[in-house]
Design a protein around this ligand. Sequence first.
Ligand code: C2E
Ligand code: CA
Ligand code: CA
Ligand code: CA
Length: 284
Amino acid sequence: DAAMYESKASGRNSFRSYTPKMLTFNPESISLENDMRRALERDEFVLHFQPQVDLATGQLRGAEALVRWRHPERGLVSPMHFIPVAEESGLIVQIGECVLRKALAQVREWHDQGLPLFRVSVNISALQFRQANFARFIETLLAEHGVSGEFLELELTESILMRDVEDVLDTLNAIKSLGVRLAIDDFGTGFSCLSYLRRFPIDCLKIDQSFVRNIERTPINQSIAQAIVALGESLALGVIAEGVETLSEAAVLKGMRCSQAQGYLYSTPLEPRSFARWLANRNV
Ligand code: C2E
Ligand code: CA
Ligand code: CA
Ligand code: CA
C-alpha cells in the first residue's frame, strides 16, 4: 500500500506520504480516488436539481444543483460517499469545475427550451474557491455558455470565509461584479463569526436542515431559525430554510417570515427532465 501511495504521490504533495496519517491511509480511498479520475474522463458525474420555492406564494425561486455519480456497477452514488475523498485528494477542484460547466449548460438548455427563468445554485468547496483566478474562471464559464451572472448563485460554507480574509474579500467582490449571487450554506453550523456578514457581499443565508427538523416541536430550533431570519432581515439578506419535509415545518417557517424553502415537501432533487416536468405541472 505504501508503494502504491508513493507512486501516486510523487509530484504534488509527496511529503504527505511521510506523515503518520499516511501509515494508516485507507487503501479504499485510493481506489475511490482512481475511480473518480476515471469517472471524470468517462463523464459519469451528473447533476440533479432541487427546487427552491417562495414560502408565501409557492413560486419557484431557484434550484440547487447536487452532484451524483452514475457509477457503471454501483448505480447512482450519493455525493456523501465521494465528496470527502474528493476534497482530501484535491480532485474536488476538477469535479467542481465539471459541476459548474454542467450547471451552466443546463441553464442554457432550459433557457433555449423556453422554461421560465430561474437561478441555479452550485456548491463550492473551499479548495475550489481558493484556486487562483476562481472569479475569472466563473466569468469565462458564464461567457462560454452565454448565461448572465444573475442566473448563478454560489453556495459557500462559513469555513471558506474564515481564512485569508483579504483574499476572500477580493474574490467575492470580483464574483459579485459578475452579477452572481452568494449564499452561505449550512448557516449556523460553522464558526459563525458574524462580523464577516458585514464585510462580505453575501446575498443569502441557508438555514441548515438540522435547525429545520421538527421545528414545530423543538423550541431550540425555533429560536435559532428565528434568530437567523431576524439577522437576515436586519442585514437585508435573503433567508432560505433547507430540508423542509413537512407542512408543519413549512408553516412555522412561514410564520417567522422566512422567505424561501427547499426540501422533500416540495420535491427531492430531480434529474433535469423530471425537473422540467415538475415545473410544468406546477404552472398549469
Ligand atoms: P448540502 O449542500 O447541504 O445539500 C443539501 C442536501 O440535503 C442534499 O443532499 C439534498 O438532497 C438533501 N436534502 C434536500 N432536501 C431534504 C429534505 O427535505 N430532507 C433531508 N433529509 N435531506 C434533504 P445530497 O444531494 O446527498 O448532498 C449532500 C452534500 O454533498 C451537500 O449538502 C453538499 O455539501 C455536498 N455536495 C453535493 N453536490 C456537491 C457539489 O457539486 N460540489 C460540492 N463541493 N459539494 C456537493
Ligand atoms: Ca448546498
Ligand atoms: Ca446545506
Ligand atoms: Ca449540509
